[in-house]
Ligand binder design. Structure first.
Ligand code: FMN
Length: 347
């Protein structure tokens, strides 16, 4: 598509802003998934496993637009209690020869009050909606910020994601240490129980982790998450690693790397977690999805559903419909009856 290519002539952050605006103008075309692609995630029955990853629609300005691209579910955020501007620009870089992105945006977002207002104005949700929450850069304590996010946004969400894995907020990733995580998750999940009671429905809470954890660290987190009642573990956020294969000049930039180079390491970690923890905790596979083969690889490694971000930047707005169509064909080729049967088959 010409327009899609024209966006690559712009600075990455301007292209992102223009792309978001254009999205709301696109006609809505559902993905028309075959019933064999259905998957159930924390009580949500999804027509296919592909969702939008957090960070593309941080402020929930284009939920209908993304639903119209065919995503089975959409995650907005990360939203912090107070609005914040994020890091100085430039802070978003395309690594075009690597089909990758580096970002150090630093949770630029409108804050829970504005995002909440926007979602209330949206009315009914076109697809299941996740809201990803985090802490402000200048907050001294994490827990109050996550509780504020839960309190302000739960009634507008089909699930809440606790983001403890962005590399661009100082100290955030340290929340992944098991003792600190336990201290965070316990009260958050107690609050979840109260909110779910008030809402008279389930309120799934997901946890999103970094790909840079060791297998042992990730497994310890998975066991804790399962034992405390987290509904799904999302693997993974961006990486601070810089694989030796990177060739784009922007590879030297500080921040989180996403896109094709993340496919292998994030899927490998997902597989190890599935091996260690079995079926007892649903996993969501994120990182480097560009093709239906990538989706299937994550499902076979143990993912119940997947999300993508960078693939959409490089492949354009037709990507989700293409993935859904190709995934169906791939199941035929592999003699897999239903996608849900394939979850963890390769773990
Ligand atoms: C520009 C950009 C901003 C992002 N912002 C967030 C964010 O606010 N919260 C979050 O949990 N993940 C964020 N992510 C991470 C993505 O949700 C996803 O985990 C990661 O990009 C890997 O998927 P991908 O390879 O398909 O892009 C961001 C990614 C990018 C590229």
């Amino acid at each position: 598509m010409v327009l899609h290519r024209a966006l690559f002539a712009l600075d990455a952050e301007r292209a992102h802003g223009v792309g978001l605006k254009l999205l709301n103008l696109l006609p809505s075309r559902p993905a028309n998934a075959s019933p064999r692609l259905e998957t159930a995630l924390a009580g949500m029955n999804l027509p296919h496993p592909i969702g939008l990853a957090a960070g593309f629609d941080k402020n929930a300005t284009a939920v209908r637009g993304f639903a119209g691209l065919g995503f089975a579910y959409v995650e907005v955020g990360t939203v912090t209690p107070r609005p914040q501007v994020g890091n100085p620009r430039p802070r978003l870089f395309r690594l075009e020869t690597d089909a990758a992105i580096i970002n150090r945006l630093g949770f630029n977002n409108d804050g829970v009050a504005t995002v909440g207002k926007r979602l209330r104005a949206l009315g009914s949700r076109p697809v299941p909606l996740g809201i990803n929450i985090g802490m402000n850069k200048d907050s001294r304590e994490a827990l109050p910020d996550y509780l504020t996010g839960m309190n302000a946004l739960s009634s507008l969400a089909d699930y809440i994601t606790l983001n403890v894995s962005s590399p661009n907020t100082p100290g955030l990733r340290a929340l992944q240490q098991v003792d600190r995580l336990r201290d965070l998750l316990r009260p958050v999940l107690e609050r979840r129980a109260e909110l779910a009671r008030d809402l008279a429905r389930r309120l799934p809470v997901f946890l999103k982790i970094a790909p840079d954890l060791s297998i042992d660290e990730a497994l310890a987190i998975a066991e804790l998450a399962r034992d405390l009642g987290i509904d799904a573990l999302m693997i993974s956020n961006t990486t601070i690693d810089r694989p030796a294969t990177l060739s784009s000049p922007a590879r030297v930039e500080t921040g989180g790397l996403s896109g094709k180079p993340l496919m292998q390491p994030s899927t490998a970690l997902l597989r190890e977690v599935r091996r260690g923890i079995g079926k007892s905790l649903p996993l969501i596979g994120i990182g480097g999805i560009f093709k239906a083969e990538d989706v299937l690889a994550k499902i076979l490694a143990g993912a119940t559903a997947v999300q993508l971000y960078s693939g959409l930047v490089y492949e354009g707005p037709g990507l989700v419909r293409r993935l859904v169509r190709d995934l169906d064909r791939l199941l035929d080729e592999r003699s897999i009856g239903r996608l849900a049967e394939a979850i963890g088959a390769d773990a």
